[in-house]
Write a protein that binds this ligand. Structure first.
Ligand code: ZN
Ligand code: ZN
Length: 408
């Protein structure tokens, strides 16, 4: 695990660049039990920065698996009021939220797909208010990672040093190998903003993806869409970075204007299962056909989760020369894999990616083409030979990416 200067730099980066914790503010850390030392380091650093209080939500996949195995589905689907309230309170109290994502991608391999889907549905329904608020940047949040033993074994199978290797990979994607990681992040954020500004000036109607494995997809953009990158503004006016690492420039697709077929470029680890080599075909914005070599049932459950999960809620562009992509490692964790490849998301769009913003009514957002759902599931589509064009309302095409990398 990180120690010494690296551990301090990690905590500093997460709290300063990530959630941008302010003096007198509360902090909640969601942390795997196995990695309690990270929560301790973050808590120490948070208090040094003037935090009011630090609370930790421990995650334990082994215990969760025991529950999935022995408890009835009905019991699992009853989400306790105190649990919902404990989440909603974070919004009311303007807490900062650090979420450490370090799941074992096969944690729930033994649990029937239907049981998992039913519980996920009950949970996302119960937490709709909370997730709407978080996705609308009502509070500042940041997803980061550290290695855990079961996850590391899957990333580097049959390798005694798997945890150390995963740690090294995470450190380099977070730019922790530099003497001044925070300075590096300021430079990186500015470079991403330059591209977002270019895309915002061009006001494209469609983005067209093509590659040799069979992707030919035109994604219409929502009316008044805004391209965002690393640095976002929360409702209290304070800036933050929601993912560390992040390499993407992203916006809201138009929920009714997606046409063609897209093939997955990387496996998708979702809810303790892996979905791989899949394909989605869209018409008028909706998935009308899909296939998967691995995890078909799980893909089906995602698409049929609710009315919004058969439409797109995010389009994100990432070049093949991002540090995550260049590492060549398949992480089976969306935080990393989505930063190695252009991606799309099924489900809810970020209301912050349209001019209307998070205060607009659901009706206004829907009219502008912004998708809504209880879920948001990213999947990777960018290959090293991907070409990406922007198409203007007058039909003019501008090449944005060629051979998988930016040309703007
Ligand atoms: Zn994204
Ligand atoms: Zn996303």
């Amino acid at each position: 695990m990180f120690t010494g200067k690296k551990l301090k730099d990690y905590a500093r980066l997460v709290l300063e660049i990530g959630v941008n914790l302010q003096r007198g503010q509360g902090l909640e850390i969601s942390c795997p039990v196995e990695r309690r030392e990270i929560a301790h380091a973050l808590a120490e650093e948070a208090y040094a920065m003037g935090a009011k209080i630090v609370r930790v939500r421990w995650n334990d996949e082994v215990l969760e698996n025991i529950n999935y195995t022995y408890a009835d589905q009905d019991a699992l689907c009853q989400i306790p009021k105190w649990f919902i309230e404990s989440k909603n309170e974070l919004v009311r109290e303007n807490f900062c939220l650090v979420s450490i994502s370090a799941e074992n991608p096969e944690a729930f391999k033994n649990v029937p797909a239907n049981k998992l889907a039913a519980v996920a549905k009950a949970k996302s329904k119960a937490l709709k208010y909370y997730s709407d608020k978080v996705m609308g940047n009502a509070i500042r949040w940041c997803v980061v990672s550290v290695p855990t033993s079961e996850w590391a074994k899957i990333v580097f199978p049959n390798d005694e040093n798997c945890e150390a290797k995963l740690l090294g990979a995470i450190a380099s994607t977070m730019r922790l190998d530099y003497p001044d990681p925070i300075g590096e992040w300021h430079k990186h954020i500015a470079a991403l903003e330059r591209r977002a500004n270019f895309l915002n000036k061009e006001k494209f109607e469609y983005i067209h993806f093509q590659n040799s494995i069979g992707t030919d997809l035109k994604v219409g953009l929502a009316e008044g869409h805004v391209w965002l990158s690393a640095k976002e503004r929360a409702q209290d006016g304070v800036y933050f970075v929601a993912n560390l690492p992040t390499e993407e420039v992203f916006t809201a697709p138009h929920r009714m204007k997606v046409e063609g077929t897209v093939k997955s470029a990387l496996p998708l680890a979702e809810n303790g299962h892996i979905i791989d080599n899949f394909s989605l075909t869209f018409k008028n914005g909706k998935v009308i056909d899909f296939s998967a070599e691995t995890g078909y049932e799980h893909l089906k459950n995602i698409i049929e989760h609710d009315k919004g999960t058969s439409r797109l809620g995010e389009i994100a562009l990432i070049g093949k020369n991002s540090p995550v992509s260049k590492s060549g490692i398949l992480y089976y964790n969306t935080l990393f894999d989505e930063n190695a490849s252009c991606h799309l998301a099924l489900g809810k769009a970020y209301p912050t990616t349209v001019e209307l913003g998070a205060d607009a009514s659901k009706k206004e957002l829907t009219a502008a083409g912004v998708n809504d759902s209880n879920e948001h599931v990213d999947f990777m589509i960018g290959t090293p030979d991907m070409s990406v064009c922007g198409i203007k309302p007058n039909g003019e095409r501008i090449v944005l990416m060629s051979e998988g990398d930016w040309v703007i």
